[in-house]
Design a protein around this ligand. Structure first.
Ligand SMILES: N[C@@H](CCC(=O)N[C@@H](CS)C(=O)NCC(=O)O)C(=O)O
Length: 219
């Protein structure tokens, strides 16, 4: 039994996608952010901060998307999606795995301000402006990190699966037009059959109501 605790088009997409790359379709338990299920004791046993994703696999539960992907790579090395110690791309791989969460944390702040805060709480125009600029910085950096077709010269890896969620979400806040290499990379990720299989399991995204969220003019 392989069971994914999942929020559609959230960070757990990374896990769903890498599993599809491995030919594995998990049982998917869907949650809504802020719902009671994410604070239920049986879920907190699996993911102590009540965060998604968590993956039940091989008789254990793993939480944190990067840890899950790394576990999948190490427990199923034949697919070659990890870069073990000694591999020439090892350091770039570790950097990209961590950097994906630097970027995702900025997206999370923008989601909070643009989508989740409701009156009387007020979104901060200053925080939105700052984090939009910081997100653009990370996208520029990612553009510079792309080796050839994928992030690493040695080809597709779990680091690309980490970035797939980011590149789905970031363009709601920062247009990718300035970075043609990044746009081509994103198109290449989306063209992978396993990405499309995971996207088909997700269905259309309903998280973002608009195509683009501008920085408020009073920022
Ligand atoms: N670093 C964690 C972040 C997990 C995370 O924050 N996930 C979001 C969904 S994408 C979540 O569970 N949010 C619920 C909350 O903020 O309460 C990971 O990569 O798994």
């Amino acid at each position: 039994m392989i069971r994914l605790h999942h929020v559609p088009w959230g960070r757990s997409f990374r896990v769903l996608w890498l599993l599809q790359e491995m030919g594995i379709t998990p049982e998917v338990l869907r949650y809504q952010i802020g719902s009671r299920g994410m604070r239920a004791p049986e879920f907190l046993e699996r993911s102590p901060a009540g965060r998604i994703p968590a993956l039940e696999i091989d008789g254990i539960t793993v939480f944190e998307s990067a840890a899950i992907l790394q576990y999948l790579c190490e427990s199923r090395p034949a697919f070659g999606f990890g870069r073990p110690p000694g591999h020439p791309d090892r350091v770039a791989y570790l950097e990209a795995m961590g950097f994906a969460e630097t970027m995702a944390s900025l997206i999370e702040q923008l989601n909070l301000n643009h989508l989740f805060l409701r009156p009387p709480a007020k979104p901060s125009a200053t925080v939105i402006k700052l984090n939009t600029l910081r997100l653009a910085d990370t996208l520029r950096a990612l553009d510079g990190m792309i080796a050839d077709e994928y992030i690493l010269p040695s080809g597709f890896s779990a680091a690309d699966a980490m970035m797939g969620f980011n590149l789905f979400a970031a363009p709601f806040y920062v247009r990718l037009d300035s970075w043609p290499k990044l746009q081509a990379y994103w198109a290449r990720l989306q063209a992978r059959p396993a990405f499309q299989a995971a996207a088909a399991i997700e269905g259309p995204q309903v998280f973002y109501a608009r195509d683009f969220y501008e920085v408020p003019t009073d920022a």
